[in-house]
Design a binder for this molecule. Structure first.
Ligand code: ADP
Ligand code: MG
Length: 284
């Protein structure tokens, strides 16, 4: 077992000739909030996509809690305890807020989805389907307990965004404001009680008030001991919430360290200011 929750070594990903992630190494300790910053196109989202298994790596290793996950699929990585949100936000438009939060939880079901591993085996696929149908119709004490647990978790997450999501609990996601859609997405990720929460620009498209709200929620999560890997453009937020900041440019890590260290690093100043964008700059 490593002292780190997440260990990334020599990670690589290219798109045709373009090295989007070019051999980066970093780690995240339990309870740490680590942010990745860098100009547009520097490889931040690709890094998150690799860590969460959204796309496969072309080289390097990713280890979560001592388990190699660099060849695992997203479902397996989620089971290992990684949950994420997306840069552009992804919710199911026709599902209610509560059902959107609930959706993620079904990947953790055991009693309601026995034999679910068999669903990957073509000839045996009917076994989990029949078992799920039987349990859905008849129910078992274990599946009912699990359903209650899911309802509790959904309630906890709605409570976290009480003022915003409670009044909209049963509204379809398409009727939500942009900020509430993003909150719903964060709630869904948190409902999984992940070891590692991965957030890709959670405040993108949010105004100052909404951004401040997200910041205070991130600080609360941090106080609860939640480990977070964050990509975010708003530097004030990053410098406030992060234990460590990783700076990427051109697929490489050009600096990393404490917020104070990174703020003063000449390579960082060059990467940002060299492009006539201040450290608090918004994406172009
Ligand atoms: P960031 O999140 O830092 O803005 P990305 O990780 O999204 O940057 O992108 C890094 C580089 O990889 C960019 O040049 C981008 O155009 C390229 N890239 C990202 N995803 C793809 C893809 N699916 N296909 C081709 N090129 C991609
Ligand atoms: Mg991005």
């Amino acid at each position: 077992m490593s002292a780190h929750l997440l260990d990334v070594v020599g990670l690589e990903r290219h798109f045709d000739g373009l090295k989007a992630v070019d051999g980066i190494s970093f780690s995240v300790a339990p309870g740490e909030v680590v942010s990745i910053i860098g100009p547009n196109g520097s490889g931040k989202t690709t890094t998150l996509n690799l860590v969460t298994g959204t796309i496969p790596a072309h080289g390097g290793t990713i280890t979560l809690d001592g388990v190699r996950i660099d060849h695992a699929d997203t479902a397996r990585i989620a089971e290992q305890g990684v949950a994420r949100t997306f840069q552009n936000g992804r919710v199911f438009a026709t599902l209610s807020v509560a059902d959107n939060i609930d959706v993620g939880l079904h990947s953790t079901l055991h009693a309601s989805r026995p034999f679910r591993r068999l669903s990957g085996v073509f000839l045996l696929r009917w076994i989990p389907l029949l078992a799920e149908l039987f349990i859905a119709v008849v129910g078992t004490p274990a599946s009912r307990r699990e359903q209650r647990r899911i309802e509790e978790v959904v309630e906890t997450e709605i409570h976290r965004f009480e003022a915003r999501l409670r009044p909209r609990r049963d509204d379809p996601a398409y009727s939500l404001s942009y900020a509430n859609r993003r909150r719903t997405e964060i709630a869904r990720a948190l409902a999984l009680q992940p070891k590692l929460l991965v957030l890709d620009e959670p405040t993108a498209g949010m105004n100052q008030t909404e951004t401040a709200e997200v910041l205070s929620q991130l600080l609360e999560l941090k106080a609860e001991g939640q480990t977070i890997l964050l990509v975010e453009h708003k530097l004030d937020l990053v410098l406030t919430v992060s234990d460590r900041v990783i700076v990427m440019d051109g697929g490489r890590i050009i600096a990393q360290g404490s917020p104070e260290h990174v703020r003063r690093d000449p390579a960082v100043v060059e990467a940002y200011l060299g492009r006539r964008r201040g450290l608090g700059g918004e994406p172009e």
